[in-house]
Design a protein around this ligand. Structure first.
Ligand code: CTP
Length: 403
């Protein structure tokens, strides 16, 4: 999935021949899953029609400070557009527009929106080779970079003038690649390796029967997805569940029993920066597993159980620099029990679920949690979707690294 997926993009188009390529650029943004609003300078309409761009972006195109086609002329609110955007891309950015951006000139909607935007701004220059090298253009580039704007360098090739050289707007595909790489490199969990356990474990009784639980795995899978979206490299070790993932940043390792999960966790833990144990691991397993299917015979039948290894505690024992997060599902003395678990398992943070809270627990799409950290700071959270809870948990990880 592209990092542009779900992003709100304002595309500012200024008046150069490369404007015709923005049709492809808008298509690629939409294909990547972004939402696009286009702002055109008046001059750019000579190179591509607003109708083309509104059709492709599935949104009206903005160009003036008021809506020309509407008798009741509504003001086009550049501040709103600037605040709406997660990123603004100005492509093509002509020498004229770049110079105006650099000096705070504000005589069209694109420039007014640029001055209002709080999000990252990218610009893709497009002009003839001598214009591209002119000291005043270079001065514009430098000023804009100093403002924190990001330049998508022009490419070399044949120019509209017939000359050949540097100044062609980067090809739409290359603009997308540039944006994806730049955004990915700045994600808050970039470079972090996160181990996540999820789902139930199944403990075999015989070749066809097992002891399991109702965990769906959703909480762990949601954490994995959210961590990957934040730039982390995720190893997701899951017990049996119908859930799956196609995210290339998530390595999914499917296991069956608590012992399998223990082995898989220990095979990967050493290289990890973070481990989050969201699995509902069986605490006991049948002491003897029958080799053949057990036949019914006696009126009653006992299975002797033995303790499984506590995976989380074992990770806590060998912890080096890992930030270790556990879950606790409690029905009484929640806070005290959770605090004991922090100490017993050497955790940095525990995510406490109380079954007394409505909306928390197995099989639900919501969760109500309380964070308790290793210094016993307690932070109760609202009832939220599991996706939102996943995001809250990862914000704790981000805060740990960016404190
Ligand atoms: N856990 C684990 N391995 C186990 C049991 C639990 O890794 N064999 C992890 C769970 O993934 C969870 C945390 O330990 O993050 C808490 O599990 P929980 O069942 O609530 O607590 P227990 O320590 O098993 O204690 P008890 O069942 O007595 O409450």
């Amino acid at each position: 999935m592209s990092v542009l997926s779900g992003k709100k993009i304002v595309l500012g188009i200024s008046g150069g021949i490369a404007a015709y390529k923005t049709a492809s650029l808008v298509r690629l943004f939409i294909k990547a899953g972004a939402e696009v609003q286009v702002i055109m300078t008046p001059a750019s309409k000579d190179f591509i029609t607003p109708l083309t761009l509104s059709t492709l972006s599935k949104n009206p195109v903005h160009s003036t400070f008021y809506n020309e086609e509407d008798e009741n002329a509504v003001w086009n609110n550049h501040v709103e557009l600037g605040l709406w955007a997660d990123l603004m891309v100005i492509a093509p950015a002509t020498a004229n527009t770049l110079s105006k951006m650099a000096t705070g000139n504000c005589d069209n909607l694109l420039l007014a929106t640029y001055l209002s935007a709080k999000c990252p701004v990218y610009f893709a220059p497009a002009m003839d080779l001598d214009m591209y090298k002119h000291p005043s253009t270079l001065a514009s580039f430098n000023s804009l970079k100093q403002f924190g704007n990001i330049m998508i360098p022009a490419e070399t090739g044949e120019l509209a003038s017939g000359l050949s050289g540097e100044g062609r707007m980067a090809e739409p595909e290359n603009i997308i690649t540039f944006l994806e790489a730049d955004i990915a490199s700045k994600l808050p969990l970039k470079g972090k390796k996160i181990l996540i356990t999820a789902g139930p474990t199944y403990e075999a009784i015989d070749p066809v029967r097992f002891i399991g639980n109702h965990s769906s795995g959703k909480m762990g899978f949601d954490i994995a997805k959210c961590a990957a979206n934040l730039g982390a490299e995720v190893t997701l070790i899951s017990g049996p569940t119908h859930l799956s993932t196609s995210n290339s940043s998530i390595q999914l390792i499917r296991v069956f029993s608590a012992q399998d999960m223990y082995d898989a966790c220990h095979a990967h833990y050493e290289n990890m920066d973070v481990a989050i144990a969201a699995a509902a691991v069986a605490d006991y397993r049948p002491k003897n597993v029958a080799v053949q299917k057990i036949k019914k015979a006696e009126q009653s039948f006992n299975i002797e159980l033995e303790k499984t290894k506590d995976i989380l505690a074992s990770l806590g024992e060998i912890k080096k620099n890992q930030f270790l997060i556990g879950f606790a599902l409690e029905t009484e003395n929640e806070i005290e029990n959770a605090k004991l678990k922090i100490q017993k398992k050497n955790l940095d943070l525990i995510v406490l679920n109380s079954l007394q809270d409505e909306g928390a627990g197995f099989g639900k799409s919501t969760n109500k949690i309380t964070f308790i950290d290793k210094d016993f700071n307690i932070q109760p959270m609202e009832l939220k979707s599991k996706e939102a809870v996943a995001s809250d948990i990862l914000n704790k990880v981000i805060a740990h690294y960016h404190a």
